[in-house]
Design a protein around this ligand. Structure first.
Ligand code: NAG
Ligand code: NAG
Ligand code: NAG
Ligand code: NAG
Ligand code: NAG
Ligand code: NAG
Ligand code: NAG
Ligand code: NAG
Ligand code: NAG
Length: 897
């Protein structure tokens, strides 16, 4: 409670901003890696976790389309000798050879929804219907194995249920499934000890040519013409179970709507004795679709050409289908518990903020890119031109098109080649970071984990159908899909045939392969080209991580897998384009600034923080400078611009003892608030006290503030925090940084010396200086006091400065420190190493006053000054605010202590 209550009151502000034992994250001054999006785009608020959906029961529905075909015997017993498949409410598909038994008798009943055909177990669910008409394919002869297909018309429609539902038909000639399934009660009627329980067996499809080698051996007189294209072979490689029933289905289950629908690819025809790796031969259903539909129409069924269109058929009985196995959390004998978040496929309402669509010629095209910061998009190289026209804009969320200012194509990319197919787009203007959580770029070896991709597909076939969604309407509109896939390695990756020529060297390190072995109902999902292969990583908070850019795929990586251009293998090139020092060329001798003096900060060609140092104080020495071909001199003599990390014996590492001991001193004082070192600086005139600036006590006589605030007019006094003294302390002198430049606020720092010495207590203590020259804390609090004038009553005299008015309010805002290179993108002046930028992550403009300062409080409750506001033109259109970086002035401050 107190956190909320006291934030905002300057002099009673407790430790509002920082969690007490949070792990503190530091931002390096220089950007040297791309693996930093958790710093650049830090998310302060932990994301809520969505509770998994409650499970609910479902029946075992695996064999809902499977029927047993029976012959009623004179004694009333029924012999179940063939299998069949329910393909319409009153129609069963079976083999033509099943319509007469050895005694030339026709079957008369079909039974559904019964797992154990010989016992009464589960019989209450079973439906048994009479056969009223039999349609044998006109070209079928009992003397041959050809056209082995028949339809049985039932006396009336079945009662649709979870356990009695028609199957769909696979209408495409191409069978690219790696595994098919046959089901049956064993080889009914031909073998004595039947298997009464329904079984399924996994079979591998075999090319007809290969299969012919077995069957063209001339031993089977029923196969005089060899195998025909209307037949299909499949083999049980494991040899552990028998074939399915004669007349029964050879099928595949395809995913849609979070459900699995069986599609019948073949009808069990002949072949394959148990326990042998001989392929079985099946009648290829796709060859007979026209005959099936016409025959059913003749018999009065309301079917059309579209009935067995995969999309429509899958949707027709969708609510009765089994659930996607991945969603099933647990099972009991009759029920399953589901978690929809585990589904293989989900729909989302809008693309994530880091995906952008590329625009040519004013029109969007089918390419996407991944936004990795406010003005950078990565995409496929093949996407950056189309018909010779380069990409000109991107479209992001609902924004109008945003202009692309520069395109970097990987220098080794060749037109329409598959390697180095990556490009970087730079945008002319920065995207508003509030609308955006840019994606992080994966740097390392591909992990073995689940990922998501982005696709597009019909809404109706992809929405997860919850239980009870009985009414379901067609909706051909497109939805955004996020299939959940697994990384596949070089040996498990199945590259679709049509893409194999593009990947002549196979799955090299450049590519990542993702997919599932499961197939989808065809044409239900296509991947968005150039979009992200991603998931979420936890780096203190949850961040989107991109592993690659979608490149080649079919059915979104289901069944056969999809190939993406991996980011990790291109990080080196991306760094050369994106990092501030990446593209700067070496090889010239530069004179940085002939005006600089020993100890001044200077700027190196590579952007590293540096200071003008005698060459003898710089550990690199002449040789090292020269070997790299570049040297920056601070004057014409021997002062070099030496990276801070290379300065030896520099006063930089010798922080003044008073400053060095500060954290221990303050810790021992046990501060009661975070405001015990903040003072208002006051100018007195006859009738008002003008509180113009905020200062920070850093020693018992020195107040730190900005040169721009103090100006040339020495303030009268400083007002101490509450609970200390109601009186003002008189100012003796002020010291402005000699190199302070008012126009661009360089070296905007000043010290105020008091006449009297302060006495420390738990309410009054110094703020320590942030002396680390390579890092600053990422999360800081920006203290914004309010400048105000308070009327003086006439009886006060300037002599005792007995002012009781206390400026009270100050705002505390959490801000994030930034790389200088990031704020340089929009800052009009050069951002120096002695300056620091910070932004409010919740506002598009980082607003404040020139009084603001950046504070960090460590776990011991010791406050540190990290930055002082330098920026007068506030609340303009900048999303960051510029501060004087205290660590750049520790030595200068030390000279006055
Ligand atoms: C100021 O002192 C009073 C009394 O000693 C105490 O109750 C109050 O909490 C103190 N306020 C702060 C901000 O320390
Ligand atoms: C063909 O039949 C012969 C004799 O039955 C057998 O030895 C041979 O292995 C068969 N060939 C093939 C390819 O199955
Ligand atoms: C099914 O019909 C839809 C709509 O007419 C069509 O877009 C789709 O291509 C068809 N599916 C197949 C597998 O032919
Ligand atoms: C490839 O992945 C499969 C399964 O995902 C695993 O069984 C196999 O060991 C992996 N092979 C290699 C070389 O890592
Ligand atoms: C040359 O520069 C590179 C990169 O800046 C650095 O890693 C290397 O150590 C330098 N070489 C010498 C001899 O200083
Ligand atoms: C250079 O080193 C000397 C001691 O060797 C030190 O006194 C001096 O302050 C250093 N100068 C800088 C600019 O670091
Ligand atoms: C006040 O400042 C002056 C320099 O401006 C200095 O000479 C004097 O000693 C200071 N007085 C005190 C009490 O520190
Ligand atoms: C500065 O901070 C970073 C990050 O905490 C740390 O690794 C580094 O050692 C610090 N440098 C100094 C000089 O204390
Ligand atoms: C305070 O008074 C000064 C001088 O009269 C004036 O310039 C300034 O704008 C006033 N500031 C505020 C915040 O009212």
């Amino acid at each position: 409670m107190w956190i909320v209550l006291f934030c905002g009151l300057l002099f009673v502000a407790l430790y509002c901003v920082h969690g007490h034992n949070d792990d503190v994250v530091f931002l390096p001054n220089e950007r040297t890696t791309l693996d930093d999006c958790h710093l650049r785009f830090h998310r302060l608020q932990p994301r809520g976790f969505v509770a998994p959906a409650a499970g609910f029961p479902a029946l075992l529905k695996e064999f809902a389309h499977m029927g047993a075909i029976g012959w009623t015997q004179p004694d009333g017993n029924i012999l179940w000798k063939c299998g069949g498949t329910l393909i319409w409410l009153d129609t069963v598909l079976t083999a033509a050879h099943c319509v007469l038994d050895a005694n030339n008798k026709e079957p008369d009943v079909v039974r559904f929804g019964d797992l154990n055909i010989e016992t009464s177990e589960g019989d209450k669910f079973a439906q048994q219907l009479k056969i009223v008409e039999i349609f044998r394919h006109p070209q079928h002869r009992f003397s041959a194995h050809y056209h082995d297909i028949a339809l049985l018309k039932l006396e009336h429609p079945v009662e649709l249920s979870d356990i009695v539902t028609p199957a769909c038909l696979w209408t495409d000639e191409e069978v690219r499934f790696k595994v098919l399934e046959a089901t049956g009660w064993g080889r009914t009627g031909y073998v004595e000890n039947q298997t009464p329980i329904l079984l399924k067996v996994a079979l591998k499809p075999m090319e007809n040519e290969e299969c012919s080698r077995v069957y063209l051996n001339g031993t089977d007189r029923k196969l005089k013409l060899g195998l025909q294209s209307h037949q299909i072979c499949a083999v049980d490689e494991k040899m552990d179970t028998c074939e399915g029933d004669s007349g029964g289905p050879l099928q595949v289950k395809l995913l849609h709507n979070g459900r699995m629908t069986p599609f019948i690819v073949g009808i069990t025809s002949f072949g394959a004795a148990c326990g042998m790796s001989t392929p079985g031969v099946y009648t290829r259903v796709s060859s007979y679709i026209d005959w099936i539909v016409e025959t059913m129409q003749k018999s009065g069924a309301m079917v059309t050409e579209d009935t067995y269109n995969a999309t429509f058929c899958a949707l027709s009985f969708a609510p009765f289908r089994e659930f996607d196995e991945a969603m099933i959390v647990s099972r009991t004998a009759t029920d399953v518990n589901l978690n929809y978040e585990r589904a293989h496929m989900s729909t989302i309402y809008e693309l994530p903020s880091y995906l952008a669509q590329l625009v040519w010629n004013g029109d969007t095209n089918d390419c996407y890119g991944v936004i990795i910061d406010e003005n950078t998009v990565i995409t496929l190289a093949q996407c950056v031109t189309k018909n010779g026209i380069p990409v000109s804009h991107i479209r992001h969320l609902n924004d109008n098109a945003l202009e692309v200012s520069r395109v970097h194509v990987h220098p080794k990319y060749k037109h329409e080649s598959s390697s180095n197919n990556i490009a970087i787009l730079r945008l002319k203007h920065l995207l508003n970071i509030l609308d955006l959580q840019p994606a992080c770029i994966w740097h390392e070896e591909t992990p073995s984990r689940e990922v998501h991709v982005y696709g597009s597909g019909r809404t109706d076939i992809n929405n997860i159908l919850f239980e009870g969604s009985e009414i379901y309407s067609l909706d051909p509109s497109l939805s955004i899909l996020t299939p959940r896939l697994h990384f596949q390695n070089a040996s498990s990756c199945i590259i679709p045939k049509q893409y194999q020529p593009l990947l002549r060297d196979g799955l090299t390190d450049e590519y990542i392969c993702t997919g599932e072995h499961l197939f989808l109902v065809p044409k239900s999902c296509e991947l968005l080209t150039g979009a992200a292969v991603h998931n979420e990583v936890n780096r203190g908070n949850i961040y989107p991580m991109v592993y690659g850019l979608n490149y080649l795929s079919r059915d979104c990586g289901f069944g056969e897998h999809s190939i993406a251009i991996g980011t990790a293998s291109h990080v080196g090139w991306m760094k050369s384009v994106l990092l501030p020092n990446g593209q700067k060329s070496h090889g010239t001798v530069q004179f940085v600034d002939s005006d600089r003096h020993e100890g001044d900060s200077c700027r190196r060609y590579d952007g590293r923080a540096a200071r003008c140092t005698p060459i003898s104080n710089c550990s690199r020495g002449w040789k090292q400078f020269l070997s790299n071909g570049t040297i920056e001199l601070c004057d014409t003599s021997s002062l070099v611009c030496c990276p801070l990390s290379d300065i030896v014996n520099s006063d930089n590492s010798v922080v003044h003892p008073v400053l060095q001991e500060c954290p221990t001193l303050v810790k021992d004082l046990k501060p009661t608030s975070s405001a015990g070192s903040l003072v208002y600086i006051a100018w007195l005139t006859e009738d008002i006290v003008e509180f113009r600036c905020l200062g920070t006590i850093i020693t018992d006589r020195i107040i730190l503030t900005t040169a721009s605030c103090v100006g040339t007019e020495v303030p009268t006094g400083v007002q101490l925090p509450a609970n200390t003294s109601q009186n003002m302390y008189r100012v003796n002198t002020t010291v402005l940084h000699p190199a302070y430049k008012a126009n661009d606020h360089i070296n905007d720092i000043a010290l105020i010396q008091l006449e009297d010495t302060l006495v420390w207590s738990s309410d009054l203590y110094p703020s320590c200086l942030w002396t680390n020259t390579t890092h600053v804390p990422l999360v800081l609090s920006m203290i914004s006091p309010i400048a105000q004038n308070i009327s003086r009553s006439a009886d006060h005299t300037d002599q005792n400065l007995n002012i009781t008015a206390i400026p009270e309010e100050a705002e505390y805002t959490r801000v994030l420190s930034m790389y200088n290179s990031d704020c340089q993108r929009t800052h009009e002046h050069e951002v120096l190493d002695t300056q620091l930028c910070a932004r409010n992550p919740f506002e598009s403009i980082t607003c404040g006053t020139f009084l603001d300062q950046l504070q960090f409080i460590n776990a011991d409750k010791v406050p540190f000054v990290v930055g002082l506001s330098t920026n007068f033109s506030d609340c303009s259109n900048t999303y960051f605010k510029l501060f004087t970086r205290i660590s750049g002035f520790v030595n200068w401050i030390g000279m006055y202590i």
